[in-house]
Design a protein around this ligand. Structure first.
Ligand SMILES: Cc1ncc(COP(=O)(O)O)c(C=O)c1O
Length: 410
């Protein structure tokens, strides 16, 4: 494959994709691959979902963009639906997860300044991931993401995830704290769910100190956890919540939602985006929300997640190379005892696309639209490849795709 003139920001596998359908991606040679992580939690309805393609097609024939100096019906409708789904009062529409988080960070600073804080400071978590812009990489609790980009942005303090005492200690002697930002399940950090008691404790502490509780649901949102937002499992309401990824099923869109005083903080001129909330992105997101509702996909994510998790636990019971299997809904982490980057190219040879995060956690983020048969197939293949990698099993040779193979014809 010839080297493309792209800046060298990603280590890519040498596969050239041509099209996708459901959980399958097809390369230019006609080979198919099962995508276990939906383009990193983006294509939650599977690749090329017909309802999303139709919505994009129809909207593209009417209006793509008219700037945020005017109103569009689709933007109003999306804002209303997102607020109804989340319990928030208003939304800022952006184009990505990092941008949604930038909006939340700016909102928290302004909220702090409005309350007379000299240097508004946000408590963030070790092991977190919030994006690659300067503020969001500073908020991220991973030195690898930050290395080389000093000077970082001031106004963030990292504390251990799931540890209330550290936050309590800061509350006692830092009057500049204005917000806490966290992921309900740390995704890039290795699929680490927050403890329910800790989340409720953070909520109570934010209430006590008038801090904003801000949740980054860029990855956990849009039904993946089994509820529209993961916080809805825990009986808490944040002040600010951000999302992106699955909201457009591949069409770029992000959202920063807020309620109460947080929702009244931004005034004209404080924040903006040329493309954010354009008609095409809103139409794609509305089609995603309609499909989630019509096909009861949040319930499905919950049931499928339980089924997949239990199958994995049975398959790996008693093995020495798996440390833990955990997750929420269709966000599942299989933690191995040691780093396993070679698993990804090995899986590729078997027609399986795997994602390994945090060195040793295989992160499954399949589409919410998987049939039972597809889910069983995925588990079978994942187990087979991990066992092969760990030297625990003999591998059946892969059946090469042929034009006569029903599953390869698309
Ligand atoms: C929790 C979380 N926040 C923010 C981001 C950044 O999103 P984007 O890549 O769309 O900027 C990601 C991306 O992986 C994420 O998982």
């Amino acid at each position: 494959m010839a080297e493309p003139p792209l800046l060298n920001t990603y280590g890519r596998l040498p596969i050239m994709f041509d099209h996708g359908r459901g959980p399958w991606l097809f390369d230019t040679e006609g080979r198919r691959y099962f995508d276990t992580f939906s383009g990193i939690a983006v294509c939650g309805l599977g690749h090329s979902h017909p309802a999303i393609s139709a919505a994009i097609r129809q909207q593209s024939e009417k209006l793509l963009h008219c700037s945020n100096l005017f109103h569009t019906r689709v933007q109003h409708q999306l804002a209303r639906e997102l607020c109804d789904l989340s319990g928030m009062d208003g939304v800022f529409l952006a184009n990505s997860g990092a941008e949604a988080n930038e909006a939340a960070i700016k909102l928290a600073r302004l909220y702090g300044h409005n309350r007379g804080k000299k240097s508004p400071t946000i408590i963030v978590m070790e092991g977190s991931f919030h994006g690659r812009t300067l503020a969001t990489l500073t908020a991220t609790g991973n030195h690898k993401v930050q290395t080389g980009f000093a000077p970082l942005v001031s106004g963030f303090i990292h504390v251990p995830f799931n540890d209330l005492a550290s936050i309590e200690a800061l509350a006692a002697n830092n009057p500049d704290i204005t917000a806490v930002l966290l992921e309900p399940v740390q995704g890039e950090g290795g699929v680490v769910p927050a403890d329910a008691d800790w989340l409720r404790g953070v909520r109570a502490m934010c209430d006590r100190h008038n801090w904003l509780m801000m949740l980054d649901e860029v990855q956990t949102g849009n039904g993946r956890s089994g509820r529209f937002f993961a916080y809805q499992h825990f009986d808490i309401l944040p002040d600010v919540v951000t999302t992106a990824k699955g909201l457009g099923n591949g069409f770029p869109i992000g959202a920063c939602l807020a309620r109460g005083e947080a929702a009244r903080t931004f005034q004209p001129g404080h924040h903006g985006s040329t493309f954010g909330g354009n008609a095409l992105a809103c139409a794609a997101a509305l089609a995603v929300l309609a499909t989630l509702r019509q096909d009861k996909l949040m319930e499905r994510a919950s049931d499928l997640g339980a089924r997949i998790m239990s199958q994995l636990k049975t398959a790996f019971a008693g093995t020495h190379y798996i440390r833990d299997i955990r997750g929420l809904g269709l966000m599942i982490g299989i933690e191995m005892n040691s780093g396993c980057p070679e698993l990804v190219p090995l899986a590729k040879t078997q027609g399986l696309l795997l994602n390994v995060t945090s060195q040793n956690v295989i992160r499954l983020l399949p589409p919410l639209t998987l049939s039972d048969d597809e889910a069983d197939y995925m588990v079978e293949q994942v187990v087979k490849v991990i066992k092969l990698y760990a030297g625990d099993d003999r591998l059946e040779p892969r059946v090469p795709p042929s034009p006569d193979n029903e599953m390869t014809r698309h």
